[in-house]
Every structure is written in C-alpha cells, then in structure tokens.
Design a protein around this ligand. Structure first.
Ligand SMILES: NC(=O)c1ccc[n+]([C@@H]2O[C@H](COP(=O)([O-])OP(=O)(O)OC[C@H]3O[C@@H](n4cnc5c(N)ncnc54)[C@H](OP(=O)(O)O)[C@@H]3O)[C@@H](O)[C@H]2O)c1
Length: 213
C-alpha cells in the first residue's frame, strides 16, 4: 500500500491524512516539534498512521505532502524527497510568512519556490484552495452532478496523474492548471481561492485570475 509522508501535521495535513487512511493509505506524519507531540493525533488516526521526524517522514514516503507555513519551506528535507512526487498545499500570507519580493511582484509562485528548493522532486500544487474541514465532508462519488473540483499543477505529468487519482478517491474532480508556473491562478485571493466550485466554474475562475493582487 502507498505510504504518504507528511511534512506538517496541522489542519490540512491531519485532514488529508484522515481522508487518505479512510481510502486505504498508510501515513507518516511529522511536525516541527517532534514525533512525541503527535501522540494524540496518531491515537485518533489508528494503526495506519505513525509519527516521525520530517526527514523520516520524507524517507518513508512513496508520495509526500508539504503542508506547513510557507515561511518554513526551505527547511523541508531535500535528499529523502529526491525523485518523489511532493504535493504542496502551501499558501503565501505575507502577514504570517514575511514578504517575499518575487511573490509580491508576481515573478514566482509559491509552489515554484518549493520546486526550486526540491530540484529533484516532482512538486504538484494540491489542496491549497479548500478549507481543511471540507476535505472530509465535500467529496462525492465520480459523476455526481455539480461535484466539487480542485486544481492541481505540476511540471511532471505523472504528478498530475497521481493527484487526479487521489482527488477522485477523496471525492473531487480535477482541473489541471499545469505547468507549475501557472499555479498563481489558484493562489490566495484569486477568484478560485477557497470557494466551492465545480470543474466548469473553477475553469472560469482560473481564466479570470489577475496575476498580482
Ligand atoms: N487551514 C486551511 O484550511 C488551509 C487550506 C489550504 C491551504 N492551507 C495552507 O497549507 C499550509 C498548512 O496550513 P495549516 O492550516 O494546516 O497549518 P497549521 O495548522 O498551522 O499546521 C502547520 C503544520 O506545519 C508544521 N511545521 C511548521 N514548520 C515545520 C517544519 N519546519 N518542519 C515540519 N513541520 C513544520 C507544524 O508543526 P508544529 O505545530 O510542531 O510547529 C504544523 O504541524 C499553509 O501554507 C496554509 O496556508 C491551509
């Protein structure tokens, strides 16, 4: 069975882990304070979850997810993620993360900067525009009218394919906004950000996104 290694075990990390376990995945969760601080969450998630350091979670991962405050993205372990698909839920809030000139000027993307930090990994933007509490509640079977859609993008088609399958298992359609350089379309405060959209609505909102806010 596929193991998803989580760098970050907060609201989004724990919600995606919970949903992944319910679809048969194993998960390894990490945070900044150490595995011992995750004992309550691991007890709640059950035997398909374990806690580890970030480096151990990265090493154990068949696929990884980075879901931490953006300001910490340069601390993500590099070598153990080489060659792996890495989902990135991160959003940039200058109020929380400090200003990053490239992002403020619209010359980079949040996930592009993670890809720069992880040059041998296959980064895919995922789960950045859904509230954590909706991951376990908004999913519906494929073919349901008005099914919620989520965006992904990557420079690696196999990463987009993996996310598409995973979204579908969790109950969501996929809109592919590749390459990763286009992922600004779903970043903070654009029309596609956080609101509930089906695939058609999401495509419309992505198309009308302004490059800078
Ligand atoms: N909350 C949402 O609904 C939502 C929705 C979409 C996207 N996002 C984005 O997804 C990211 C995570 O959001 P969140 O709400 O889940 O945040 P959160 O609840 O604050 O959790 C952040 C997690 O990251 C861990 N962390 C921090 N620095 C780390 C490091 N250097 N190495 C390993 N783990 C580290 C924290 O561990 P400690 O607690 O031990 O510090 C914590 O487990 C953010 O970029 C956010 O903007 C959030």
């Amino acid at each position: 069975m596929t193991t998803i290694g989580f760098i970050g075990a907060g609201r989004i990390g724990s919600a995606v882990a919970r949903a992944a376990i319910s679809h048969g995945y194993d998960v390894v969760l990490s945070n900044s304070r150490g595995p011992e601080t995750l004992s309550d969450l691991i007890a709640e998630l059950g035997p398909k979850a374990r806690a580890a350091t970030a480096a151990e979670a990265a090493a154990a991962a068949d696929v990884a997810m980075v879901t931490i405050p953006f300001r910490a993205h340069n601390q993500v372990p590099v070598e153990p993620l080489a060659g792996k698909i890495v989902l990135d839920s991160n959003n940039y809030y200058f109020e929380r993360d400090g200003h990053v000139d490239e992002l403020d000027r619209g010359e980079a993307t949040v996930s592009g900067l993670l890809q720069r930090h992880l040059p041998s990994s296959k980064v895919a933007k995922a789960f950045n525009h859904i509230e954590s509490g909706q991951i376990g509640t908004d999913g519906t079977p494929a073919g349901t009218p008005n099914r919620r859609a989520l965006a992904t993008s990557s420079d690696f088609p196999e990463a987009v394919a993996w996310v598409t399958t995973f979204y579908d298992e969790l109950g969501f359609d996929t809109v592919d906004t590749s390459p990763l350089s286009e992922s600004w379309r779903v970043e903070r405060d654009r029309p596609a950000y956080v609101s509930r959209q089906n695939a058609e609505e999401l495509l419309e909102n992505l198309a009308k996104a302004p490059r800078t806010i």
